[in-house]
Design a protein around this ligand. Structure first.
Ligand code: MSP
Length: 675
């Protein structure tokens, strides 16, 4: 990490089938912190993030949301970007895989692999996991994916194949010769044993869907989504472009210094990506660093589990720095860590409000009170061992903090910095500057000056060190210290004793207000409201056309995930409801009722007419041929003179109750019962 020249760091590009949550925020904050620190060390830094927008998963989510994949991707990609901007993340570029620069670059890479003889056409028959966008090795059709447990789909197609098998030896050589290529070691060992078990050629195109980048010259194929996605790390710099400024950027920043990823995508980054690059004769990234998962109630946060925490909830209550500090301090980098609102508030109060906040406000307010807002200078005659101990500890803190940070031990580095905060707070209590101030003799005045100078200098050091982690609040403390723009500081030069003479403080005010139980309750309440709005696996924000539906059998209002004990029903109650899969044969608008559609659905044994209030959310043409779920034993009722012989099942989104039809990822027979 300590390269004084250039530094290029990337996050994974995030799928747009899920809205951003604090799991995504975690990776992005880690990269942002590292990038900020590299810049403060005087390094020419490039920080890339973005969104991964192609593939069957996104295509299906878009269909479920009733919009085109591009509209869908625009919306969710926009949300990621808005959140990162709201958090003032310091990315230099945000790549979207639907951008022309990326499409051009991926096609150039594909052609290059072809020209170098690494691609061939063959036919593939096997199981595919749509969720992981991965071909898997399972015994039976439909068997669960070994990665995520979801059912796989059978795929028979003619594909382009990449000669991954030819890369086994070069990859093993790479891992052996570059022990830092994959970090931490546990991940490296996993990858090595995976490759040692043998690599089979990889299918790198698909013909069964169209939402992807066409294979150049053979456009019925789209390029495999992981080849498309991984290439972002070079296309964003300009790979595939003839423009001189793109070429210069690519030459300047590639190879990447760090690809930061979550542990579940290690194989793609540590096996496929270097294999593609080796085959294309493009230099390899220097390191791939995998972190653990952020867990909520012991399981990985995911949309499917419905245990997501949104960053916005924390930003709206305690601010971005609190979230950043928590993520960097509480999670031991590389291991899984848990999130809870209680732990967040506890960290905030103990470390930020009581720790750094208290040090800052008591030091600065005493300088205001006793020295008219000008940082006093220490006099050598008034120094004692306690001041020297603080100076020594500060020097040691600088050295340890840097060393730990360089090793990605963020939590330990912060613990080190807060060791200094605690020591100075203790020093202030022991030295009792307020009592010294009561004495009016010259020696006491010199002693008071020394104590407050020592405290201010230690505060300056901690503030500088942790600026990459909590940039907003440290910038404010820096200004209050009268030091101006913290952005101008070179961290490499930070050392004890640099406080300029006659520094006049800026306006002193509290940086971290205290939080209490009501803050936790407020956050939990906000989360519940957000969860209710996003209670389904599909996209949430209604488009203009999706607003104000009228539902004859309105989808139920969003319910808490677990019903209160006295609201439970027995299994017998549930089995009274006959839910069945039905195929839409006819769908048309109902004259004079702009919210209603008349459907004819095939139940296998009979055809039913259903009148559904989904016209604002679904075009009738798009529903024909779609499998839906209906309540088949509901008493018929009339709507606009038409008999509705059942009810279509939909999730209800947002305050407007926008319906999203229930469906299946796997193929299901018409008439199948849900139980
Ligand atoms: N699109 C692929 C990556 C392609 S990179 C060429 C993808 N996207 S994703 O949206 O699923 O994002 C995965 C990444 O988000 C993880 O690798 C991790 O960086 C981050 N996280 C998502 N959920 C997370 C947690 N619960 N905890 C920690 N990180 C998490 O995979």
């Amino acid at each position: 990490m300590d390269n004084p020249g250039k530094f290029y760091i990337t996050t994974p590009i995030y799928y747009v089938n899920a809205r951003p949550h604090i799991g995504h925020t975690y990776t992005t904050v880690v990269c942002d912190t590292v990038a900020r620190r590299q810049r403060m060390m005087g390094c020419d830094t490039w920080f890339l993030t973005g969104t991964d927008e192609h593939g069957q998963k996104i295509e299906r989510s878009a269909t479920a949301a009733g919009c085109s994949p591009k509209e869908f991707a625009d919306r969710v990609s926009g949300e990621f970007r808005q959140l990162w901007d709201r958090m003032k993340l310091s990315y230099d570029d945000f790549i979207r895989t639907t951008e022309p620069r990326h499409v051009r670059g991926v096609q150039a890479l594909f052609r290059r692999l072809q020209e170098r003889g690494y691609l061939y056409k063959g036919s593939y028959s096997g199981q595919y996991c749509v969720s992981d966008e991965l071909y898997v090795d399972v015994a039976e059709p439909g068997a669960p994916c070994p990665e995520c447990g979801r059912p796989t789909e059978t795929v028979h197609e003619e594909n382009y194949f990449f000669k991954l098998s030819a890369m086994e030896e070069p990859l093993l050589k790479l891992y052996t010769e570059n022990p830092d290529f994959i970090r931490p070691d546990a991940r490296r060992n996993e990858v090595i044993s995976f490759v040692r078990r043998g690599l089979r050629d990889l299918s790198v195109s698909r013909t069964t869907f169209t939402w992807g980048i066409p294979v150049p010259g053979d456009e019925k194929h789209v390029i495999y989504v992981w080849l498309d996605a991984l290439a972002n790390y070079i296309t964003a710099l300009g790979y595939g472009s003839d423009d001189p400024s793109d070429k210069a950027r690519l030459a300047r920043y590639w190879p990447a210094d760090v690809h930061m990823i979550g542990k579940e995508i290690v194989r793609f980054h540590c096996v496929y990506w270097p294999a593609f690059l080796l085959a294309a004769d493009i230099p390899l990234p220097k390191s791939i660093i995998a972190h653990g998962w952020l867990l909520f109630e012991e399981s990985k946060m995911s949309k499917t589990r419905g245990n997501i925490v949104r960053s916005e909830t924390i930003l709206d209550t305690l601010g971005a720095d609190t979230l950043r500090y928590f993520l960097m301090r509480e999670i031991v980098f590389g291991s899984d860590g848990s999130f809870s609102f209680d732990a967040l508030v506890q960290r905030f109060n103990s470390d930020l409000a009581n720790g750094l906040g208290n040090l800052s406000s008591r030091t600065l307010s005493m300088i205001t009170r006793y020295f008219d807002g000008e940082i006093p200078y220490p006099s050598s005659g008034a120094r004692d061992a306690s001041d020297d101990a603080i100076a020594e500890l500060a020097q040691q803190t600088i050295a340890d903090f840097h060393a730990q940070f360089e090793q990605f031990q963020f939590s330990r580095a912060l613990e080190t910095a807060w060791g200094l905060v605690a020591a100075v707070n203790k020093y202030i209590v022991e030295q009792e500057p307020w009592s010294v101030a009561e004495k009016d003799d010259q020696d006491s005045r010199a002693r008071l000056a020394t104590i407050l100078h020592t405290s201010a200098e230690a505060l300056r050091i901690v503030t500088a060190l942790v600026h990459p982690v909590i940039p907003e609040s440290t910038a404010r403390i820096w200004e209050q210290l009268g030091l101006g723009d913290i952005g101008k500081l070179n961290l490499r030069e930070l050392t004890w004793g640099q406080l300029p003479l006659h520094t006049k403080l800026g306006k002193v005010e509290a940086v971290f207000p205290r939080a209490d139980k009501s803050t936790i309750e407020r956050m939990q309440q906000m989360e519940q409201e957000r969860a209710a709005q996003t209670a389904v696996a599909a996209i949430t924000e209604p488009t203009e056309q999706q607003r104000t539906p009228e539902t004859p059998h309105p989808p139920a209002a969003p319910q808490p995930a677990v019903a209160a004990a006295n609201d439970t029903i027995t299994i017998e109650d549930f089995t009274k409801v006959e839910l069945r899969v039905a195929l839409v044969k006819v769908a048309e608008r109902v004259k004079g009722a702009d919210k209603l559609l008349r459907l004819e659905v095939d139940l296998g044994t009979e055809t039913r007419q259903i009148v559904a209030g989904i016209a604002k959310a679904y075009d009738p043409e798009k529903l024909i041929g779609r499998k839906v779920v209906i309540v088949a034993n509901l008493a018929p009722r009339k709507l606009r003179g038409l008999e509705s012989q059942g009810m279509i099942v939909a999730a209800s989104l947002g305050d407007d109750g926008v319906p999203v039809l229930a469906g299946f990822l796997e193929d299901v027979p018409v008439g199948a019962r849900l139980k």
